[in-house]
Design a protein around this ligand. Structure first.
Ligand code: SAM
Length: 281
């Protein structure tokens, strides 16, 4: 019998360890092991990789990652009630699962992992977005991870992969796609989770680019994009007034019409604009 078959069903684990879902921790668990294996497969070939799993909960996805051949899994879970359930999984996979009871927002994980590293998480959506932005904006590029496979609210997933011209195109799309290739690889209905959330969910897979898509200084790019989308209905010459005193000239240098609106500008256009702004700075 394989290790995954020796472990009790997740409903039993939840009953034994009294893991009633806590709203404050965004707990909506995946209990179908076929589904968690499918999500684990979206992270690509895990053999020979360390995997950082954030928010393992009772461990459904953790089991999927181990069964799919991850060399090692580091699971970071805030809820101390989950520790005993996760220890049962560690016992079945000696030396392959390390569990840390901590808030993922406070922990430096790099000391615990050996490259190549893939990140997989089914997290509360607010924590997921904050971590995504942090993972995309480290002090040094390339980052510690090769890929991120993350569950989001479907609406957030759509913002990550959005293209210019769409209503969902904005800061998250530009940041994500500038430094990574991002695609939605699965969508899940509320009933996939226990308890079911109110919204649909989607898994986004991001593969890091060795170098960003177009050259730009991240800080300048971020400032320009924030200013443009903070007033997304205005033309660039108005929304970017505060970014450079001679903004019409800077836009021209970047090859952009001053009458464009933020959502009409490609990532290439924003990078050209960031370079033009930096040149004047
Ligand atoms: N991965 C499990 C699954 O798919 O069934 C649980 C998913 S549940 C949506 C989110 C998990 O993240 C919960 O177990 C919750 O306790 C944990 N969590 C919430 N905030 C966290 C944080 N800041 N750091 C680490 N874990 C967190």
């Amino acid at each position: 019998m394989s290790a995954i078959d020796r472990l009790p069903p997740l409903r039993e684990v939840i009953a034994t360890h009294e893991l009633s879902a806590k709203k404050s921790l965004g707990q909506n668990f995946l209990l179908d092991l076929n589904l968690t294996a499918k999500i684990a497969r979206q992270a690509g070939d895990l053999t020979g990789c360390d995997v950082l799993e954030v928010g393992p909960g009772p461990g459904g996805l953790t089991r999927g990652l181990l069964a799919e051949g991850a060399r090692r899994v580091l699971a970071v879970e805030k809820d101390p009630r989950c520790m005993a359930a996760l220890a049962e999984i560690s016992a079945e996979y000696p030396d392959r699962l390390e569990v840390i009871n901590a808030d993922a927002l406070d922990l430096d994980v790099t000391a615990h992992l050996t490259p190549p590293i893939r990140v997989v998480a089914n997290l509360p959506y607010n924590v997921g977005t904050e971590l995504l932005v942090r993972w995309l904006t480290p002090a040094q590029w390339p980052p510690f991870w090769d890929s991120l496979t993350l569950m989001f609210q479907k609406e957030v997933a759509e913002r990550i992969v959005a293209q210019p011209g769409s209503k969902t195109y904005g800061r998250l799309a530009i940041l994500s796609q500038w430094r990574a290739e991002a695609k939605i690889v699965m969508t899940l209905p509320p009933e996939a989770f226990t308890p079911p959330p109110k919204i649909h969910s989607a898994v986004v897979h991001l593969t890091r680019r060795e170098t960003p898509l177009f050259p730009a200084d991240y800080k300048v790019l971020s400032r320009v994009v924030a200013a443009a989308f903070n007033q997304r209905r205005k033309m660039l010459r108005a929304s970017l007034k505060g970014v450079a005193p001679n903004i019409e000239e800077v836009l021209k240098e970047a090859g952009l019409e001053p009458t464009l609106r933020a959502e009409q500008v490609s990532i290439e256009g924003f990078c050209a604009l960031a370079r033009a702004v930096a040149g004047k700075g």
